[in-house]
Design a protein around this ligand. Structure first.
Ligand code: PEP
Ligand code: MG
Length: 591
């Protein structure tokens, strides 16, 4: 294992967020860090034992509260049983004895002894053939993390208190969102894929990141110097002086290329033959609005509200939400800020955060299904959006629409909220644009009907691809099948733009495909009116649009629509991109 020595060693994965970062490694195994280990004196063994007892007692107390809370919401005892099972783990006398014995014999701090005992147990569980038992490892893992947190006074941000490159098995979107940007220079994960929300957040935060680096956790050592190359997907551990110098040069070149792109930021995103495409930004937090403005986006095309709604410990009420949406309205002026209503579920947090995991979360209780089932919560968000719309130009759109009745139900609730606000004397913009996200194939097939109910479509290609080709967007095993250039996907996009044109409404693309510079000529040619991309991607996409000819894109798209394979479609659009802006494509991973 070269990297455990001091020799240079390179791991290859999939680049998901561009940039180059240098720094010492911080390793986090299986989602949570090993606690610090330190020796204890013989006379302090009882005190350590007491710390352990306290952490267990605190955890049991929390689990029982969670159980009550969930049973209260669900109105039955069944939903809370998972926490009772979690509690039972903590009552296992064999386990408790093992930890006490470890404290006594190893004379090490209690949290480390607990961690060490649990790791052995968990590894054994993960290896058993019985899939039911294997799945229970996830529950044990969860309890283990909870106990470890309870040893500490605070359970704040992930990571050590120095600047570092994080090497970990996997990250959840909430882990990514709560990382301390000042300390985290970049991250790599063993699992994950380019279209996961974790990767999307990394791009939004401008953190270089790589996923799918098998073996990285086991084979790297904490504090080893390393380089993350978020262009080609390489993690280089213990880089030689020569490698470091090469990367420093590359980083400086990228920096100046970036500066050159920024010089174009005041130019309208219009093709060489005068066709304007609205170039707007995707954000997850309003603090990103500074970057959005610096890069002169024409507004926000997608504000993903689930991160701020679900990640705070108290669900923000109508007032708190109105304040955030007002920030958006004021921050995007004179352009439009489009708020997507809560899209919980899938790989993001659920509304009822502690409920049992769903067997197929991406086909489950997600997006608009949750909002329509929890109308009080949904109306709170709708009212907040409407109230904030009196301060600037806001729009709203609904995620995970699968057919006409959902969009009608949404509109009915919006009208109801408008009526309430009228009665209460609150101002709002009665003409705010209302849109449907097109991210499920069934919605495309009934797009003509949906179009009658909305002012715009926003194509969520991240999901549209996964549901069309039946490829889980976060499963790296099938990542090679996840193709935005799949002929079925591009035909669905064309059906959507055609339906919107028939209805006289506009269509945007807010999925990651809008950021893929190889795909820009094709999307333009397929007739999309808006591209909404991460704030750090506005500059390259603007340059791409400025370099393309709309007429040629249309001809190329017509040709692409006749092709039978993803590779042929990809080659077709890539050839045009290569011709128009070869400099932008340098160093980008080809499909
Ligand atoms: C999409 O599906 O393309 C999209 C923009 O929404 P999200 O990535 O949040 O699912
Ligand atoms: Mg989506």
């Amino acid at each position: 294992m070269a990297s455990k020595s001091n020799r240079e060693h390179t791991f290859n994965g999939t680049a998901v967020s561009r940039g180059i970062a240098f720094g010492p490694i911080h390793v986090v195994a299986r989602g949570f860090a090993a606690p610090d280990v330190y020796p204890i004196k013989e006379e302090n063994i009882p005190a350590e034992q007491a710390r352990f007892d306290l952490a267990i007692a605190k955890t049991k107390e929390q689990l029982s509260q969670l159980q009550d809370h969930i049973e209260g919401i669900a109105g039955s005892d069944d939903e809370g049983l998972v926490f009772e099972a979690h509690s039972l783990v903590l009552e296992d006398p064999g386990l408790l004895r093992k930890v006490s014995k470890a404290i006594e014999e190893r004379k090490q701090n209690a949290e480390f002894c607990f961690y060490a005992v649990m790791q052995t147990f968990l590894e054994a569980m993960r290896r058993v053939a019985d899939s039911y038992l294997r799945e229970r490892a996830v529950d044990i893992d969860d309890v283990c993390q909870r106990v470890l947190r309870n040893f500490k006074a605070d359970d704040g941000a992930i990571g050590p208190d120095h600047q570092h490159l994080l090497v970990t098995y996997d990250l959840s979107p909430s882990d990514t969102a709560s990382m301390d940007r000042a300390k985290l220079l970049g991250f790599v994960t063993e699992a994950g894929s380019i279209n996961s929300h974790t990767a999307i957040l990394a791009r939004a935060l401008g953190i270089p990141a790589i996923v799918g680096l098998g073996g990285a956790v086991l084979e790297t050592t904490a504090l080893a110097p390393a380089i993350i190359d978020g262009y080609s997907g390489k993690l280089i551990v213990n880089p030689s002086e020569e490698t470091t110098a090469r990367y420093q040069k590359l980083a400086a070149e990228r920096q100046s290329a970036r500066k050159a792109l920024e010089a174009l930021r005041d130019k309208e995103s219009t093709t060489t033959d005068g066709h304007h495409i609205t170039l707007s930004a995707n954000i997850e937090f309003t603090h990103e609005l500074d970057t959005v403005r610096e890069n002169r986006a024409e507004g926000v095309g997608l504000f993903r509200t689930e991160f701020f709604l679900l990640e705070s410990s108290n669900h923000p009420n109508e007032e708190a939400q109105t304040k955030v949406y007002r920030e958006l309205a004021l921050g995007t002026k004179p352009h439009q800020g489009i708020i997507r209503t809560l899209d919980s579920g899938g790989d993001k947090l659920g509304v009822e955060a502690f409920s049992e995991p769903e067997p197929n979360p991406f086909l489950g209780w997600r997006g608009i299904r949750v909002s329509l089932d929890r109308q009080a919560m949904f109306k709170e968000q709708l009212r907040a959006i409407l109230r904030a719309s009196s301060e600037g130009k806001l729009g709203m759109m609904f995620p995970f629409i699968s057919g006409l009745s959902e969009i009608k139900a949404c509109r009915k609730l919006v009208s109801e909220c408008m009526g309430e606000l009228d009665a209460e004397g609150h101002a709002y913009d009665a003409d705010l644009e209302i849109g449907a996200m097109i991210e499920i194939p069934s919605a495309v097939l009934v797009a003509d009907e949906i179009a009658k109910e909305v002012d715009f479509f926003s194509i969520g290609t991240n999901d549209l691809i996964q549901y069309t080709v039946a490829v889980d967007r976060i499963n790296h095993r099938v990542a090679k099948l996840y193709r935005s250039s799949h002929p079925a996907v591009i035909r669905l996009i064309k059906m959507t733009t055609d339906a919107s044109k028939r209805a006289g409404i506009w269509t945007g693309v807010c999925g990651e495909m809008a950021t893929d510079l190889h795909m820009t000529p094709l999307l333009v040619g397929l007739g999309v009116d808006e591209l909404s991309v991460g704030p750090h991607d506005l500059a390259p996409v603007r340059k791409a649009l400025l370099s393309l000819d709309f007429g040629e894109c249309q001809e190329m798209a017509a040709r692409a629509l006749t092709l039978a394979t993803s590779r042929e479609v990809f080659d077709c659009t890539k050839a045009m991109a290569q011709e128009a802006y070869p400099d932008l494509l340098e160093g980008l991973d080809a499909v």
